[in-house]
Ligand binder design. Structure first.
Ligand SMILES: C[S@@+](CC[C@H](N)C(=O)[O-])C[C@H]1O[C@@H](n2cnc3c(N)ncnc32)[C@H](O)[C@@H]1O
Length: 272
């Protein structure tokens, strides 16, 4: 059966039968399918409940702050802008942007992750101005050029065919497209294989090819964390703090960009 859509509340909603059908593969109604690592992983309540604490408490706060700064820097002033966050998870950025006055939608395929986002929005008092939607990043339920900006953080390391997602993100943005990658020439490789689902790591040429395939042009790039995220996660903030200072110091030298474990890519439609 074909996918069907209807317009409601100023967004396009899917009313047809195209639903995710397997744990690791999203079956896309019209015969195509795209794997996403860890789709099942993020569907579990206990994973969603522990997600923020496990990654962004203690030394992880340095990561949370850095990522939020990367999003705000790339998007510029967001007040009254319409912004879509793809694979928003527990809504760390969605809620931050709502607090900054953006008209923001957070979309994710996991109900339990979205539930955390809704709780966070309510606790922060922005639940009236933020919308959380369950959906698939490979088939965004919005018309072309619907948002002023669209971004996805910590998502492309899960995607087996990232260009599919990036094209779709570009389609619904009339402005900036921001995403991050974990880098293949970095200390991240040391523990990547230990992670429950592993991560796709990108070289610079992978990113260049991805942007060219998606029809995107690079506007700005930032590289950070010579000591990869995993290093900070387990440490108390007081112990992580001096390491972060050394990390930032290294980052500001010529070696910093080459050794960085994460990159933030600010892009725009190459044809505009
Ligand atoms: C590592 S988490 C990142 C969450 C959030 N962006 C952050 O940085 O905290 C990855 C998220 O991608 C979501 N996800 C995976 N595949 C997806 C898909 N096809 N469409 C939408 N979300 C997806 C997962 O449910 C999960 O919430």
């Amino acid at each position: 059966m074909a996918c069907r859509w209807r317009r409601a509340d100023d967004v396009w909603k899917q009313v047809g039968p195209c639903q995710p059908v397997s744990s690791t593969v999203l079956q896309l109604g019209c015969g195509r399918s795209h794997s996403v690592k860890g789709k099942e992983w993020y569907q579990a309540d206990e994973i969603a409940e522990a997600y923020d604490d496990k990654r962004f408490s203690g030394g992880g706060q340095f990561i949370d702050r850095r990522e939020k700064a990367a999003v705000l820097n790339a998007l510029g002033p967001v007040e009254e802008k319409s912004i879509l966050e793809v694979a928003c998870g527990t809504g760390r950025f969605t809620v931050m942007l709502a607090r900054e006055g953006a008209d923001v939608v957070g979309l994710d395929v996991s109900g339990p992750m979205l539930q955390q986002g809704k709780r966070k929005a309510a606790a922060t008092g922005v639940d009236e101005t933020v919308e959380f939607m369950r959906g698939d990043a490979a088939r965004l339920p919005f018309p072309d050029d619907h948002f002023d900006a669209v971004f996805a953080m910590r998502f492309f390391h899960l995607a087996d065919r990232p260009v599919t997602f990036l094209r779709e993100i570009k389609r619904v943005s009339k402005g900036p497209v921001l995403f991050d990658t974990f880098n293949s020439q970095s200390a991240r490789v040391v523990y990547n294989w230990l992670l429950p689902m592993g991560s796709r790591l990108y070289s610079r040429s992978d990113v260049d090819a991805l942007l060219a395939d998606a029809g995107l042009e690079l506007v700005d790039e930032k590289h950070d964390f010579v000591l990869p995220y995993g290093f900070y996660r387990g440490l108390p903030e007081s112990i992580a703090s001096p390491f972060r200072q050394v990390d930032e110091g290294l980052g500001s030298t010529g070696l910093g960009d080459a050794l960085a474990s994460v990159s933030y890519w600010q892009t725009t439609d190459a044809e505009e």
